[in-house]
Design a protein around this ligand. Structure first.
Ligand code: IMP
Ligand code: MG
Length: 180
């Protein structure tokens, strides 16, 4: 079975307009709360790219970008529990007000790992902004705080707006669920 060649029926869960409206609100909230400061956005590759671009455009403060790539998933849809750095940051984050930008928080392992890493590296502050949150999926041993969350979603596998199923569907402009 080749996911690139298959036809899928995808049911819309959140429309493009709803996502854009919510990102606008998050941008306004962040701009108010960080007034007078500048922000280092750290996007987690590859899923956060679409969200990060749109969010950054809605923040009215000085913003710089960096990216990290970590892996806690193979091509399966369940977490392995191990987080590995595939690509590290390009700039030091010491003294920076960092916002970690994620597509979706599931077990919370990725975020827990990154929050601890950035605090160890001497960031001035570390907050998290995710497009989607699946709190019902949080691992029992994980204790994280999500500062900015676009939408809380039920325990279903979603695609679009950067999120993939075996690398496909990241480019869907809406958030959907794959139906068999
Ligand atoms: P966590 O470490 O378990 O919180 O994993 C978060 C990462 O898993 C996200 O950044 C996504 O890459 C991936 N992920 C979790 N749930 C989904 C989903 O429903 N669709 C697509 N990717 C997901
Ligand atoms: Mg991801």
């Amino acid at each position: 079975m080749d996911v690139m060649k298959m036809d899928y029926h995808i049911e819309t869960m959140i429309t493009e307009e709803e996502v854009n409206a919510r990102i606008r609100e998050l941008g306004e909230q962040i701009s108010e709360e960080y007034a007078g400061r500048s922000i280092r956005l750290v996007g987690i590759l590859r899923g956060a790219v679409f969200f990060m671009c749109e969010l950054a455009k809605r923040i009215t403060l000085p913003v710089t970008f960096d990216f990290m790539s970590v892996s806690s998933y193979g091509s399966s849809t369940t977490s392995s529990g191990i987080v590995r750095i595939i690509k590290d940051l390009e700039e030091p984050i010491e003294g920076q007000d960092v916002i970690i930008v994620e597509d979706i928080i599931d077990s919370g392992r990725t975020l827990s790992f990154l929050q601890e890493l950035f605090n160890t590296r001497g960031a001035r502050s570390v907050r998290t902004c995710t497009l989607l949150d699946k709190p019902s999926r949080r691992a029992a041993d994980i204790d994280i705080h999500v500062d900015y969350s676009g939408f809380v979603v039920p325990d279903a596998f979603v695609v679009g707006w950067g999120m993939d199923y075996d690398q496909r569907f990241r480019n869907l402009p809406y958030i959907g669920i794959i139906k068999e």
